[in-house]
Design a binder for this molecule. Structure first.
Ligand code: PMP
Length: 426
């Protein structure tokens, strides 16, 4: 039988509901759980999929005969760039293969822009009176903390199912030259699972901007991380921007952190010829070349782009049941109450849970006191401030399936309890 919405209950019914939830919560606490849904990390069985890396590479030269044990090749191994250029749908010449973290490459691109400006800049960004970035919310917490750390102001815009709110973005960038850039996670966004549509991508790549050196940090961290049969293709940011006369606007990032080993993979960056030359020029002051041994072992692990796709299907088999378990537990505990909405992502690493306004902090606190660690409420917003205090990011990949089931049933209890408390307080 469908449950009535919590708001429709009489005072007595609500009191009964609240008492029942308090009892369920006490029982939950008594179980002495110790569960963690905080970070989007691969589980150990996912990491095992890449254990062949431990025995690779089986040779010391790349295709061209270069000794990968030695310095050089700042742009990365050509054969690895070919594989990932096919997967990311860019030209190999546009793609750099770097170190172990795309976040580091984003940080480098940003600091280079601050210190020296880039193609199209009138001056170094540090010499501007103020620098602002457009931030689709909810978004990736580390994007926002990076900007905060570098003294860049953040302007929030809503993230929709088809990407950032185009009207809000175009209004912010049109007249204010201090707005220098924006974050976009185009495919299976962290945490909403949104996929930027070709129309939204077209708008972002062609919109007029007051800043002549406006940059879109196109962080395609989850381009290949499908959870279902439908394998969406990312919008072609570089092609659309070039066609619109803004070839230097997008800078795409990706990595194998959630393909092979998080922290021991390879990061990628794809951008225009001018941006690439600019980035390599500054990078060459900081590095004589990337870890080509690691790049070569990745080439040998995969063989080709199809090898990567097959590898991702093995990840999917391991983690799709965990996402299904999240949905099942939330449906079981909350359906009909109208106190929560959550995503059923078709890819990526997160489920976005929106609870009753004003209760997210309370839900996270209740969960913590029951031994279930959730990402702090507000984490997906600039400065950790969710204006509605309703957003919770769930990361179900790391714990074993049974723990995801247990933890999420507990989370549903906490969501319902916090909602009942709030409605009764009224
Ligand atoms: N971008 C997004 C959107 C992410 O969610 C993550 C990982 N949580 C990263 C980048 C980090 O990537 P890397 O490991 O390549 O630094």
């Amino acid at each position: 039988t469908p449950r009535p919405p919590l708001r429709s209950l009489s005072a007595d019914e609500l009191a009964t509901f609240l008492a029942a939830r308090q009892e369920a919560y006490t029982a939950l606490q008594a179980r002495g759980l110790r569960l963690d849904l905080t970070r989007g990390k691969p589980a150990s069985d996912q990491l095992d999929l890449s254990d062949a890396l431990l025995g690779l590479p089986t040779s010391t030269t790349d295709r061209s005969g270069t000794d990968v044990r030695n310095y050089g090749g700042l742009e990365g191994l050509p054969e690895l760039r070919e594989i990932f250029a096919e997967l990311l749908e860019v030209e190999p010449a546009q793609l750099l293969a770097g170190g172990n973290s795309s976040l580091t490459m984003m940080h480098q691109a940003l600091t280079f822009l601050l210190l020296w400006g880039g193609p199209g800049s009138e001056r170094a960004w540090k010499d501007e009176p103020v620098v602002k970035f457009v931030c689709p919310v909810p978004g990736y917490d580390r994007h926002f903390s990076m900007l905060a750390d570098l003294g860049i102001e953040m302007l929030s815009v809503p993230m929709h199912e088809d990407g950032p709110d185009v009207e809000a973005v175009t209004a912010l960038v049109a007249d204010d030259p201090a707005v220098k850039g924006m974050w976009v996670v185009p495919t299976y966004a962290n945490p909403t699972g949104s996929v930027v549509s070709p129309e939204v991508a077209q708008a972002l790549m062609s919109m007029p901007t007051a800043a002549p050196d406006f940059r879109v940090f196109w962080d395609n961290a989850y381009a290949l991380h499908h959870l279902g049969d439908e394998e969406v293709r990312s919008a072609d940011a570089l092609g659309l921007a070039a066609a619109a006369g803004h070839p230097d606007r997008p800078v795409m990032f990706a990595s194998t952190s959630k393909i092979t080993w998080a922290g021991a993979g390879v990061a990628f960056m794809a951008t225009s010829e001018a941006n690439r030359a600019w980035f390599l020029r500054h990078l060459s002051m900081a590095s004589i070349g990337p870890d080509k041994v690691n790049q070569l072992r990745h080439v040998q692990l995969f063989g080709d782009a199809e090898g990567v796709r097959a590898h991702m299907r093995r990840h999917r088999a391991l983690i799709a049941p965990k996402f299904a378990a999240v949905d099942a537990a939330l449906t079981d505990g909350l359906e009909g109450l109208e106190v929560a909405e959550w995503t059923r992502p078709t890819g990526g690493y997160f489920v976005n849970l929106d609870v009753l306004d004003g209760t997210a902090t309370r839900v996270v606190e209740l969960a913590k006191e029951a031994g279930i660690a959730l990402t702090p409420a507000g984490a997906s917003f600039p400065h950790g401030q969710d204006p509605r205090d309703r957003n919770i990011r769930l990361a179900p990949t790391f714990p074993p399936l049974e723990q995801v089931e247990t933890a999420m049933a507990g989370v549903a209890t906490c969501v319902a309890l916090a909602a009942a408390e709030q409605l009764r307080a009224g």
